[in-house]
Design a protein around this ligand. Structure first.
Ligand code: NAD
Length: 391
């Protein structure tokens, strides 16, 4: 059983913890306060819980305690990850050396973690979300609000499905998204960055999410464009793989800048072809151009793709992921495959030479050097950008 926040607070050690322990009884007596649960506890999940937990302590309309569902793992010393998080207040596997805040309670029981939550923050690698949603049907409050921090897309027979749509449809709740130039380890140590919340219709809900995440070092703004924001966050991982190939081939900054520009253009074209509601202005928010830049300079997708190119494509991404990421998951390779499926199915492969080439390199059909062979594959973007008929 995960200890409650009050149990963790029995022996306060610092002034801040003493104040928290005193505040807890009032907090529990307020049934109208919002309870927040974070579903996921990897690198970004842990940082998201930390950000939210420092705000719930300050915002009177939220319960102090933030539950964080942990996919239980046994550590090399035989201890359970969730127990170690609750004892040390650190996620020793995915975010070591950073205190999460005493009001974060790790809970390995998914049903219990979500049961009383009014606001659900989904932040797991995208490949696990379909299974998690199935487990959550009938287990959450009917009027709960959700937000997805997940980058990825599910490809189904009937077409591509955004993760926010999967959550909304399977659980029957509204779902916003939060994306941006957000390498988790940098936010964990409170370096300044920005993020974008995408919402569908209800601005009040979007403002509530902004309030929950916003910090002087994490500036959040909201735009009414769920699909645009989510596709930016998802597709930039494919561009980051291309940037990693360029680094592995030691092609320099001009080439990398060209890849970023071509990538951004394909991101916009793909998003607008799938959803005519997607706004151009979204690509100038943190979720767009800023996320492209940070992911192509740092980030795990770039790093593993660089190693892949340095080995001439002879070592698989699965092998490199296991060796270089210590349990963290790559998203770009699977997203490239999913995007490729959509392009192939719709007859759009020739319109998206960068996306197409990334998948063909990842799957071993082309060498890494193919990433810059563009002269023969100029996309006919006039078809996408100039003609409403094409949408
Ligand atoms: N890390 C970042 O810098 C960052 C930044 C922005 C967005 N994101 C996005 O956030 C999402 C989550 O990434 P992360 O960095 O928090 O995770 P991570 O890659 O650091 O960790 C993987 C997580 O998956 C869990 N897991 C493993 N097997 C599982 C299973 N079968 N079922 C459910 N969970 C399982 C692990 O316990 C761990 O919590 C991804 O979509 C990612 O693209 C990450």
């Amino acid at each position: 059983m995960a200890p409650s926040m009050e149990a963790q607070q029995q022996q306060p050690e610092t002034e801040g913890e003493t104040q928290l322990a005193q505040a807890a009884p009032d907090d529990n007596e307020a049934p109208n306060k919002c309870k927040v649960t974070v579903v996921g506890s990897g690198n970004w999940g842990s940082v998201a819980a930390k950000l939210i937990a420092s705000n719930t302590l300050k915002l009177p309309s939220f319960h102090d305690e933030v539950r964080m569902w942990v996919f239980e793992e046994t550590l090399p010393n035989g201890e359970k990850l969730s127990e170690v998080i609750n004892q040390t207040n650190e996620n020793v596997k995915y975010l070591s050396g950073v205190k999460l805040g005493k009001n974060v309670v790790a809970d390995p029981d998914l049903d219990r973690a979500v049961r009383d939550a009014n606001m659900l923050v989904f932040v797991t690698p995208h490949q696990f979300m379909e299974g998690i949603c199935k487990r959550l049907i009938g287990k959450i409050k009917k009027d709960a609000e959700a937000i997805s921090l997940i980058k990825g897309i599910e490809v189904k027979r009937e077409g591509p499905c955004m993760i926010s749509t999967l959550i909304s449809e399977q659980l029957g709740i509204n779902c916003c998204v939060l994306m941006g130039a957000n390498i988790a380890n940098e936010i964990a140590v409170e370096k300044f960055s920005e993020a974008t919340v995408g919402y569908r219709g209800n601005k009040e809900i979007a403002e509530r999410w902004v309030q929950l995440f916003n910090h002087p070092y994490f500036m959040v703004s909201a735009v009414q464009d769920v699909e645009g924001v989510e596709l930016c966050g998802t597709l930039k991982n494919v561009v980051a793989i291309a940037a990693g190939f360029v680094d592995g081939l030691e092609m320099g900054n001009n080439t990398k800048a060209a890849i970023m520009r071509i990538g951004l253009r394909e991101m916009r074209a793909f998003s607008k072809l799938l959803f005519s509601s997607v706004k151009d202005s979204t690509f100038f928010e943190s979720c767009g151009v800023a996320d492209i830049i940070t992911t192509c300079l740092g980030g795990r997708n770039r790093k593993c793709a660089e190693a892949f190119a340095r080995h001439g494509g002879k070592r698989s991404f699965d092998e490199l992921e296991a060796e270089m990421l210590q349990g963290q998951k790559l998203q770009g390779v699977s997203t490239a495959k999913e995007v490729y499926e959509v392009l192939r199915h719709r007859g759009w492969l020739e319109l998206f030479p960068l996306f197409t080439t990334v998948h063909e390199i990842c799957s071993g059909h082309l060498p890494p050097s193919a990433i810059v062979e563009y002269s023969e594959h100029k996309p006919k973007f006039s078809l996408v950008e100039g003609s409403a008929r094409f949408y």
